[in-house]
Design a protein around this ligand. Sequence first.
Ligand code: KQY
Length: 367
Amino acid sequence: MRIIKDSTPGRDGFRMPAEFEPHEGCIMIFPERPDSWQYGGYAARKAFVQIAEAIALSEKVTVCAGAAQYDNARALLPPHIRVVEMSSNDAWARDYCPTFVKNGEGSVRGIDWGFNAWGGLHNGLYFPWDRDNQMARKLCDLFEKDVYCKRDFILEGGSVHVDGEGTCMVTEECLLSKGRNPQMTKGEIEETLKEYLNVSTVLWLPCGIYNDETDGHVDNICAFTAPGEAVLAWTEDKEDVQYEMSRACLACLEQAVDARGRHIRVHKLPLPKPVRITEEECQGLDACGDEPVRTPGERLAASYVNFYIANGNIVMPGFGDAADAQAKEILQGLFPDRRVIQIYTRDILIGGGNIHCITQQIPGAAR
Ligand code: KQY
């Protein structure tokens, strides 16, 4: 594996494909830390296994597990899912596994962004994050992909979405947050995204989902479903603080023009009723340091937008809410060639994210 420090994907003709383009496979990390996953992570691991199995219906899945969980991961996951031992600080594959880019000949490389646990010493969610920060490089080695070193730029995979045709979508709340790249201007951040994702247009949504501890990752509020089309997390409840946030994003999308000169067709995806953590769930979370702790009644950043697009399936969250079925129906309509599988993910939501946050696709040649 070559570590590329003297060039960029843009210069070399590599671009980040959209998630709905063909995959070679998917990477996940087995959950373990007891301050993220309630009651030692038993229930979260069961949900991770269901998600891995659903994705493995149509593409190869590799699960990284720390030494302490390796045997358990190997026992819980079926034989066609590969398990490799790899240390990490937590299990957010989207955010610190490599962002992969591809060229016209189908050659794939990784990008190794800097990772500082969603805000470093300013408002990061745990310390240390050194093992997470090594993962992109280790995985590129494992998958035999050369890797662009961009560790001087803090970026999580969940904070960007691309349409594969020159457009990238981010939120100002996240990319301009003080804990990431405070020394850079908005223009400089935009130029970096253009150069590394090889896009010509960056759409800046104002914000993400209310109380999302990632500072409003785009992957929880809005996602491309096809070139020129996106789903947006939506509520009609004017009393909900999310109402104005989603409206502000809609207003932004309605006046946006993408890299191909298209107006974005926006599909509203209903939000579940506010999901709040219970006293009992809070009691199941260990305290492992000075990280923020959850308090009973705290609203969790539940959103159906946090789904994964596999080669032959959509794997989406369910919350046991009345809107589960409607959200599933909408996604099925938008992806008629892929069967939508809905998985109850409250135990992942308690950790601070959902299915998209715990998966990372590797682009491939054919579907
Ligand atoms: O991408 C994400 N949603 C990760 C959230 C990390 C939460 C740590 N408890």
